[in-house]
Design a binder for this molecule. Structure first.
Ligand code: NAD
Ligand code: WQD
Length: 339
């Protein structure tokens, strides 16, 4: 039975929304986060939204002694491992930092889990492990191929977890490959808080809509897609968070090793996103068509039938709702958590 869950990176975008859903389902949570890319305020919001408390440790997961002290003190049944660096472009310039944080951090976590015989883990992987080889809709069995360091760290960790599951039948491992998470908690008080200039599309679009940025640069209008712009599978972060609750229920039954796509199964272009957001904000959003961004692929969307069949989970929120919730968060917290 899984009662107490350690959430690494629980103060971040996806981790914080997952904490809300887990607390609403009655789980006890221990969060570890070094707050390098997040704020303590997100943890306060989680607690006020759920009227539940979280046990929080501000530590780096690479600090084995501190991690061991937590496992010694808390009785952890399972781990959801979000902690990691995630900016694709940054990883190209700082590969050592990415391998060190993501891969070494995960190895330290797994060593501590093994030492304390806690062998249930959910890992945050990414659709970026598919690279540009996979046909759409992308099945979990599609070939993985990638050239950017960020995605390679995910691929290496996936392989490490697969080897671990083979080495010892007591491990229960769920690997979740997220497509493009957007949206925010419906309260408008929890959302994505990129520090500095956003690199992902949605925060960029909302910051242009609010007047904080001048115009959206649309990277490439010559892809073989319906309007020439890149197509992605955008998923509401609350749907994604609920996918983790489903995965925890799967772990509790004993999953061995399972891999699932978490997406909606639908593709939307960059211009679809801008048009939908214009309808939500009620005014035009300035954009300019520019060159393709290096490393981008044309189209990516998930085959979601495996998660539906085995996790009994599917995404429910549509693009309009994703844009409405992103916009509410932007309006209520234009400067993120640090205002
Ligand atoms: P985020 O940056 O908002 O959250 C990550 C959290 O981990 C942050 O709070 C950060 O402070 C913390 N962290 C990072 N390194 C740490 C370390 N060594 N020790 C302790 N804490 C550490 O990112 P997110 O969007 O919430 O992503 C969560 C996970 O999902 C990441 O592993 C990311 O790679 C993966 N993922 C994200 C996306 C996406 O588009 N957001 C898509 C696919 C996969
Ligand atoms: C979406 C679309 C861009 C910004 C990355 C990672 C993936 C996951 C999500 C972490 C693309 C276009 C973007 C802009 C644009 N993250 N775009 N103007 O590249 O699909 O995925 O983030 O794991 O692993 O690879 O997401 O939001 O950057 O881009 O035109 O200013 O928007 O070209 O078509 P991406 P994104």
């Amino acid at each position: 039975m899984i009662k107490k869950i350690l959430v690494t990176g629980g103060a971040g975008f996806i981790g914080s929304h997952t904490c809300v859903e887990l607390l609403n389902q009655g789980y006890e949570l221990v969060v570890v986060d070094n707050l390098q890319h997040s704020s303590f305020k997100s943890l306060e919001v989680i607690q006020s939204l759920t009227s539940r408390s979280i046990c929080f440790y501000q530590i780096d997961i690479r600090d084995q002694d501190q991690l061991e002290a937590i496992f010694e003190h808390e009785h952890i049944d399972a781990v959801i491992h979000f902690a990691g660096l995630k900016v694709v472009s940054e990883s190209i310039y700082a590969p050592l930092e990415y391998y060190e944080n993501n891969v070494s951090g995960t190895i330290t976590l797994l060593e501590v889990m093994k030492k304390f015989a806690c062998k249930n883990i959910i890992f945050s992987s990414s659709a970026s492990v598919y690279g540009d080889l996979a046909a759409v809709p992308i099945l979990e069995s599609a070939p993985r191929s990638t050239t950017v360091p960020y995605a390679r760290t995910k691929l290496i960790i996936e392989d490490l977890l697969i080897d671990l599951a083979r080495s010892d039948a007591k491990w229960n491992i769920v690997i979740l490959r997220y497509f493009n998470p957007i949206g925010a908690h419906p309260s408008g008080d929890l959302g994505e808080d990129p520090k500095g200039l956003p690199t992902n599309l949605l925060p960029y679009v909302t910051q242009v809509a609010s007047g904080q940025l001048k115009e959206v640069q649309v990277f490439g209008a010559d892809y073989k897609t319906k309007d020439g712009t890149g197509v992605r599978d955008y998923i509401h972060v609350v749907d994604l968070a609920r996918g983790h609750v489903a995965a925890i229920q799967k772990l509790a039954k004993g999953s061995r090793l399972s891999i699932y796509n978490l997406g909606t199964g639908k593709g939307s272009s960059v211009l679809d996103i801008i048009t939908e957001m214009e309808a939500v904000v009620g005014h035009p959003i300035a954009y300019q068509l520019v060159e393709r961004r290096a490393g981008d692929i044309a189209v990516s969307y998930a085959d979601v039938s495996k998660a539906k069949a085995e996790l009994h989970w599917q995404a429910n929120f549509d693009l309009r709702r994703m844009c409405e919730d992103s916009w509410r968060w932007q309006c209520r917290h234009p400067l993120g958590f640090e205002e």
